[in-house]
Ligand binder design. Sequence first.
Ligand code: NAD
Length: 272
Amino acid sequence: MNKKIKLNNGLEMPQLGLGVYQIPEGQATYDAVSLALRLGYRHIDTAHAYQNEKSVGQAINDSGIERNDIWVTSKLWPTEYADPTAIDRMLKRLGLEHIDLVLLHQQVGNVDAGWKMLEKAYLDGKVKAIGISNFDGPRLTKIFDSAKIKPQIIQVEMHPYQQQKDLKAYLAPYRTVMEAWYPLGHGDKVLLEEPLFAELGEKYGKSAAQIILRWHLQEGIVIFPRSTSEVHLAENLDVYDFELEPSELTEIEAMDKNKAYFELPYEEQVQR
Ligand code: NAD
């Protein structure tokens, strides 16, 4: 449980966590994060756009767990990239003194100003690691070419139907760690009911979701599947007592169809 992965700045983070996208602010988020921490999760992925940072921070502060033992990620929305107060406001919403990882959530807006702000927050010690989410094509290469501090993390849609192989190859020289959003395909039944996962599940005594999560971990990917149910939260953490064989990893690799469940927002949608 809580196996760590090393970033290109030497820092280590728990490879598996809880994502809180679409969990409403208030009691629901507070309860989900509190329960996850009780079960042993030590990594929470939120964002300003999810509007639940306040309850994430409250659950962490009330947990009695050492702050340094919990990894907290949040994300800046493009409308904040040129606002020099954005990080301090994020810290205030979370009620925390530092954030472990802050990402630029989308590749639109004033990315140059946003990245400079993250570099400054990193050098000031307010943020322990910095990265990007949903960048591709020329905007991805531009940030890697121009950044003084290269992104330590990139978070993108990733699951057996969308394996991001080109991105993986591009990032290798930078040793930028990849994080998968929609690690379970957002719960898509077609993915979860693939016969291969049923077969492997039978062999290892695991569910389809556990097979998929284990595959991500063995690929060196950081994951934070979302759930509010105790059964699923516990199940998603219980993926460290078996290992997929190389031939099984190859079979899952062959499922890639470059399929995105979610179309990234255009400039005008983000600026609203
Ligand atoms: P997911 O792939 O984690 O799937 C969640 C769905 O799967 C939910 O419906 C849940 O009930 C179900 N589920 C969870 N555990 C299960 C299990 N063991 N068996 C069967 N079903 C199970 O999708 P997600 O929550 O949308 O994404 C995960 C996290 O990724 C988010 O919470 C968020 O933190 C992050 N995210 C980031 C971005 C981005 O733009 N950076 C976009 C989307 C999500």
